[in-house]
Design a protein around this ligand. Structure first.
Ligand SMILES: Nc1ncnc2c1ncn2[C@@H]1O[C@H](COP(=O)(O)OP(=O)(O)OP(=O)(O)O)[C@@H](O)[C@H]1O
Ligand SMILES: [Mg+2]
Length: 228
């Protein structure tokens, strides 16, 4: 079953006379519960595609359909609420709030939504990610791997349907990177959360059910969903 799709999605940047097609007419459909890796060289449009699929940007042309509705037909505030409740986002640089503890960072999206925390769910992800002993620490007192695990917990706090991750292991050493990737796979398998991950690391991409390779803003190769 499909969870999200793009239809002829394009993003064009104009700089003076020049037009840059960051994304050029990309149509794809993502299966519910799957793990998709998006790869390709620097500048091929990976981040642009991820931002457009997750409602973080606006396309020049085309649509993103989530639950039968075009994301970019929503009003900005409606889109913000949908994004906060249904999508999680993990960045290469963690993007934690420096002044807040691990626990406060994790709780931030729940509080922004004026909702009560689902303690059972939060406990489950805290144990899965192995961050219980970091909850009272500030990000500055954490390793990169620990900060990324807190940022994954934050992205999962509102029980999203889809987790988007842009080079989540890009700033980590080999060992912490592999640990974070293993955790993301567990989140995908054990919590059933659809995972869309950008990476230029082929070892990382090979862990996915499907690899989509971008070149110059277009899909150059798509493995399709590989059977386990
Ligand atoms: N704000 C912007 N203004 C102009 N051009 C942009 C802008 N953002 C991205 N681009 C261009 O769009 C293209 C795709 O960029 P994008 O960031 O999606 O690539 P990427 O595959 O994520 O690269 P990387 O692996 O380096 O992160 C690039 O040519 C980039 O220079
Ligand atoms: Mg990028």
């Amino acid at each position: 079953m499909e969870i999200i799709r793009s239809e002829s999605l394009s993003k064009v940047y104009r700089t003076g006379e020049n037009k840059v097609y960051a994304l050029n007419n990309v149509s794809l459909s993502i299966e519910q519960g799957s793990f998709t890796a998006i790869t390709g060289p620097s500048g091929s449009g990976k981040s642009t595609l991820l931002h457009l699929l997750s409602g973080l940007d606006h396309p020049t042309d085309g649509k993103v359909i989530y639950q039968d509705a075009d994301l970019y037909k929503y009003k900005d505030n409606q889109l913000a609420v949908l994004r906060r409740r249904r999508f999680g986002f993990v960045f290469q640089s963690y993007n934690l709030v420096r002044e807040l503890t691990g626990w406060e960072n994790i709780l931030l999206p729940v509080m922004l939504d004026n909702r009560k925390a689902d303690e059972e769910h939060l406990n489950r992800i805290i144990d899965l990610l192995g961050i219980r002993d970091r909850l009272s620490h500030l990000p500055g007192a954490m390793s990169g791997g620990q900060q990324q695990r807190i940022s994954i917990a934050r992205a999962l706090a509102n029980k999203p349907a889809i987790l988007f991750a842009d080079e989540p292991t890009g700033n980590l050493d080999g060992k912490s990177g592999r640990e974070v990737l293993t955790l993301l796979r567990q989140v995908n398998r054990e919590l059933g959360i659809t995972l869309v991950l950008v990476t230029h690391d082929l070892n990382v991409a090979e862990q996915a059910d499907r690899i989509i390779q971008l070149e110059d803003g277009k899909i150059a190769r798509d493995s399709g969903v590989m059977q386990a």
